[in-house]
Design a binder for this molecule. Structure first.
Ligand code: AMP
Ligand code: ZN
Length: 475
């Protein structure tokens, strides 16, 4: 099946061509722990990667780590101030400052079961490629040097603004921007390479000592890793301007050919209707949330359950909804595991329903990653599967078991929830108690059966008695 994805550049849904898809996703700046809003955009990249693979594509995927910019350098300087003797130079301090946050980022990805991509390039490891890009831009006449810094003259790029559709009337060519981030209304020449004194974090260049501007790294690393253009570039909507606009300007002028076929942007996670961000101080890191008792699988489910193009508020209510969704999925998966299997003939109705559910799931995901509709398919299937299981008792035909198992696993190749099942979800001790309670009931020892029921309730489990068997459900 072909996947369709909304292209920010053309403002249309477009088909992703087969067989190989090369993707680049803007990753974190490792100056602090990523917040859960950042993880919305990484889970978006993960869901895209998983959906393409499920639909039969081969995927080569890179996500960068920005380990040199104003904020990381500020952090490095603070380390040096604290302990001036410790570092031979500032580059060492920069590495020491970013290393724990880089490790934390990979740990957090693992906690949320986000795919580890094929490439995770770090900016500081690609400085020669960035300098090469600067020289190419000077050579083709779109960049100029001023006081040891190099700037991109945006008036030289006739279609500058084509991604963000910015109003170029406000163009202030000739005036310059030295910072990495700036406002959409203030369009000026942007910095490619910043002059830096010998006391700062610096690399040697034809223009004296300096360091890269933030926009440079993605263009240079895409070129170096993929040896040409890519099929899909992702990031949060806040990156459309100036970051992605500037990436286009750099790559198209320097390398020619097609840079990115399809730009895919994920909307923001909000708190009380405002973007979750470090600068507003309204953010939660994954660690904060886990320490508060939130569960990784619930956060993952929450982050993927809204369509990526919609803004979503982070709220207790929304997390509660997500928790119920996860519980239903886990409860069916675990119930299935407890079923005994026999060799009776399989149900053709179940087989047809399962095949239909798998196809519908993929169809919804292939339609611009429609996770809300895909989850509706999952829930409808789970309802049918539960009815089926309740109708057959505690033992089931092997082929029927396989069909349900296969279908849940199929959904999970995108949802990525099974790997996050807490190992202690229902311990053997409680399963044994349930068996004892059933034995007590069979022996008409109702006092004992009720006592066990109460003990399980105390431990947080409700007994669900169905016509033909009983199961534990977490309260
Ligand atoms: P930053 O570290 O701020 O450069 O952000 C890293 C990635 O997270 C980028 O792709 C941003 O667009 C994305 N991002 C930042 N804040 C949010 C948010 N509140 N919701 C969704 N994505 C975000
Ligand atoms: Zn980028």
């Amino acid at each position: 099946m072909f996947v369709q994805l909304y292209n920010t550049l053309t403002r249309k849904k477009e088909q992703v061509e087969k067989p190989l898809v090369r993707i680049y996703s803007c990753g974190p700046t490792v100056y602090n722990y990523a917040h859960i809003g950042n993880f919305r955009s990484y889970i978006f990249a993960d869901i895209l990667n998983r959906t393409l693979k499920l639909a039969g594509y081969s995927v080569e995927h890179a996500m960068n780590l920005t380990d040199v910019d104003d904020k990381t350098i500020k952090g490095a300087l603070s380390l040096v101030q604290e302990n001036p003797q410790k570092f031979a130079n500032l580059k060492e301090a920069l590495l020491a400052y970013t290393k724990p946050y880089t490790e934390a980022f990979f740990d957090d990805l693992k906690t949320l079961n986000v795919t580890r991509f094929d490439h995770h390039p770090r900016a500081t490891e690609h400085i020669p490629a960035m300098l090469d890009l600067v020289e190419r831009l000077i050579k083709v006449g779109v960049a100029y040097e001023q006081d040891g810094s190099v700037y991109y003259r945006i008036s030289e790029k006739k279609d500058y603004g084509k991604l963000s559709k910015i109003d170029l009337d406000k163009n202030k060519t000739g005036t310059r921007y030295n910072t990495d981030e700036y406002d959409k209304d203030d369009i000026r020449d942007f910095v490619l390479w910043k002059a830096e004194s010998k006391d700062g974090v610096h690399w040697h260049s034809n223009h004296g000592d300096g360091r890269p501007g933030w926009h440079l790294e993605c263009s240079a690393m895409i070129h170096e890793i993929f040896k040409g253009g890519i099929d899909i570039h992702t990031g949060g909507v806040d990156l459309i301007f100036p970051h992605h606009e500037n990436e286009i300007a750099q790559s198209e002028a320097a390398y020619g050919g097609s840079f990115v076929k399809l730009w895919a942007h994920c909307e923001h996670l909000l708190v009380d209707n405002r973007k979750m961000s470090k600068s507003l101080g309204n953010f939660y890191t994954l660690r904060d949330l886990l320490a508060q008792g939130k569960k990784a699988e619930v956060l993952r489910y929450f982050l993927l359950s809204a369509h990526y193009s919609q803004k979503v508020n982070f709220s207790e209510d929304a997390l509660h909804q997500a928790e119920m969704g996860v519980e239903k999925f886990y409860s069916l998966w675990q119930k299935l595991e407890r079923f005994k299997r026999h060799s009776a003939e399989a149900s053709s109705t179940l087989k047809t329903a399962s095949e239909g559910a798998r196809l519908s799931f993929l169809t919804q995901m292939a339609d611009d990653l429609n996770t809300p509709r895909a989850l509706a398919v999952v829930h409808e299937y789970m309802r049918e599967a539960n009815i089926f299981l309740d109708s057959v008792g505690m033992s089931i035909a092997q082929d029927d078991w396989d069909e349900i198992h296969k279908t849940l696993l199929y959904f999970d190749t995108v949802l990525g929830l099974i790997a996050l099942i807490p190992k202690t979800e229902i311990s053997a001790e409680y399963i044994k108690l349930l068996d004892e309670r059933n034995a007590a009931r069979a022996a008409k020892d109702f006092a004992r059966a009720d006592a066990i029921r109460d003990e399980l309730l105390e431990a947080g489990y409700k007994i669900l008695d169905t016509k033909t068997g009983s199961h534990l459900e977490k309260l």
